[in-house]
Unconditional design. Structure first.
Length: 346
């Protein structure tokens, strides 16, 4: 067993301290359009050229580019004319706006919205509630009212969630064979990226996106192509309004927004509406049973504290909620990625 002398504590602490700096470098390069410019240019560019194109200072841009090289987001080549920068494959795939797997929108949401809530993390821990009131001066009693406080914020959130499902959607939808379910309802389906993945993977299925009226309108106008007839919409508040009948209900990143009582209330309504032989697919980031990790999920749970009324849970905790609502034959599939799948049957 290692003694404390074997651990390089200063280095470990330095790495954790620099985590905030690392993310802000990446977010800033995205926001300024560094990766988009380098993709569009088709050739490496100097820091002076990048600064001139993007309207920044040359000294600031050079430091930003060098930090991105250190993060393996950019590569640099030293020539007689000076240093020339280009995107790495990771940046082309995930950090440029035009990529089908772009994470630009979720990064901008974290940079401009989530970080403001995290500034008050100590207050959230003291009080056990979200921090919209301190961060934005609005009531924290209705988390989604706060989240959707303007059309611009709602758009940023929806586009960010679509970014997530562009790289994680297929993994969770393929965790179980969902082909027997042809009539699917995606509760809180937002911008519809998961619904689009679903009808792509299961072409015989139809998916109804159930969400608040203003969310549905934006999804129709900006995210779901009108020629996609396998995706329909239902406007409503699933806590206060009826839930349409379906064979399968998808709850992706929904239950983690709410406390156990709200989850039980929603799952009971889903069970009542569900056709016999149907089921519910819960998509969440699962904690280990002893809560020892994964670190990403633990951090997401902290994010639930500063932004919502909920938390991340273990597979056993989700199973208990499903069984309490009447669902049986609960199965768990860990995808090995960020999000996992839990399937319960009626």
């Amino acid at each position: 067993m290692s003694s404390t002398e074997d651990l390089d504590y200063p280095q470990v602490i330095l790495q954790y301290n620099s985590g905030f700096l690392v993310s802000k470098v990446m977010f800033t390069a995205c926001e300024l359009g560094v990766f988009d410019l380098l993709l569009e240019s088709g050739e490496p560019l100097s820091s002076d050229a990048i600064a001139a194109h993007l309207g920044t200072s040359t000294t600031g841009m050079e430091r930003l580019l060098d930090a991105c090289v250190g993060l393996k987001l950019l590569a640099v080549e030293l020539t007689q004319e000076g240093a020339l920068y280009r995107n790495t494959e990771i940046s082309n795939i995930y950090l440029t706006k035009s990529s089908p797997k772009s994470q630009y929108h979720i990064m901008m949401y974290y940079s401009n919205t989530v970080y403001l809530c995290w500034h008050y993390l100590a207050d959230a821990v003291r009080e056990g509630r979200n921090q919209y009131e301190r961060a934005f001066g609005i009531s924290s009693k209705d988390p989604f009212g706060a989240m959707y406080r303007s059309e611009e914020e709602m758009l940023k959130f929806m586009a960010g969630q679509n970014s997530v499902w562009s790289i994680c959607g297929r993994d969770v939808l393929a965790a179980f064979d969902l082909s027997p379910f042809t009539q699917i309802c995606d509760l809180g389906g937002g911008g519809g990226a998961l619904a689009q993945e679903c009808v792509s993977l299961y072409p015989n299925s139809t998916v109804t996106i159930y969400d608040l009226p203003k969310v549905v309108q934006v999804a129709k106008e900006q995210f779901i192509p009108p020629e996609e007839h396998r995706i329909a919409f239902h406007e409503g508040d699933f806590f206060n309004d009826s839930i349409p009948e379906a064979e399968l209900y998808i709850l992706s990143k929904i239950l983690h927004d709410w406390d156990d009582d709200k989850c039980r209330q929603l799952l009971a309504k889903v069970h009542k509406a569900c056709k016999p032989g149907g089921g519910v697919l819960v998509v969440e980031s699962l904690l280990n049973e002893d809560k020892s990790g994964p670190l990403e999920t633990q951090l997401y749970s902290m994010n639930m504290l500063v932004q919502t009324e909920g938390k991340e849970r273990t597979a056993a905790e989700y199973s208990k909620l499903l069984e309490g609502a009447g669902f049986g034959e609960v199965q768990i599939k860990r995808t090995g990625k960020v999000y996992d799948a839990v399937l319960g049957r009626k």
